[in-house]
Design a protein around this ligand. Structure first.
Ligand SMILES: *Cc1c(COP(=O)(O)O)cnc(C)c1O
Length: 218
């Protein structure tokens, strides 16, 4: 697969769903990929990338940003409280708010730093005990807390259970966003981004289908 093939499939899925061309943004998830693969995608003109760890993202993207200042970086992995300030300084979007304490820290950091990334709340649509994300029943309270801290939430994000059909999870996320008046939907990965687009995704997070299989992670 390649960046241009994935972009074509996104355009086709938009058309199929009768959505405006370009209404879906492709976040190319470059976590743990070798540098030369990431450079190839930059050279092909892509500028929106996702990483799942703050420290690794800083190490890789600080030099790349000197060459490509218009790169947009999205944090798609869990955020630890002690890395919030760095994440707020470094990323253009954070997709993984899932608790009130984290939201409060983000609000404090945004005030201190003078900038705030675009923010998404991660929802545990499958209610999996080991998985990050707020329970769907607790979303309204978390959203109210975020707004109380002065944060603007752009949308919702989910990672469906690995062994289930993703479509009902995408539909649930879209329904929750609609109910809460949120326009952003970060959902869909390499194996299911077209299904996510059919359900209304505004941001698809695609890694291995663009870059190739990831080297084994620690
Ligand atoms: C790794 C990752 C992706 C990309 O996964 P692929 O299956 O390689 O497309 C998307 N979202 C999150 C949160 C990830 O951690």
């Amino acid at each position: 697969m390649s960046l241009s093939e994935i972009s074509e499939r996104i355009r086709a899925a938009e058309a199929q769903a009768e959505r405006a061309p370009g209404s879906v943004r492709l976040v190319a998830v470059s976590k743990v990929q070798p540098e030369e693969r990431v450079r190839a995608v930059l050279e092909a003109g892509h500028r929106i990338f996702g990483e799942n760890r703050v420290q690794e993202a800083e190490a890789r993207w600080t030099p790349f940003r000197e060459e490509y200042p218009d790169v947009e970086l999205h944090l798609v992995g869990p955020l630890q409280s002690n890395k919030v300030r760095r994440a707020v300084e470094f990323f253009d979007a954070i997709h993984t708010i899932d608790r009130e304490r984290l939201a409060r820290r983000i609000a404090d950091a945004a005030e201190a730093v003078g900038r705030c990334p675009a923010l998404f709340i991660q929802v545990n649509t499958g209610r999996e005990p080991q998985k990050a994300g707020v329970d769907p029943d607790e979303l309204a309270d978390l959203l109210a807390a975020c707004r109380g801290f002065g944060l603007t939430i752009e949308g919702l994000m989910c990672i469906p259970p690995i062994d289930e059909d993703a479509a009902p999870h995408f539909r649930l996320l879209a329904e929750l966003a609609g109910r809460e008046g949120l326009s952003g939907l970060s959902m869909g990965m390499s194996d299911d981004f077209e299904t996510a687009i059919a359900a209304g995704a505004t941001h698809v997070r695609v890694g291995s289908a663009i870059f190739g299989a990831r080297p084994p992670q620690r």
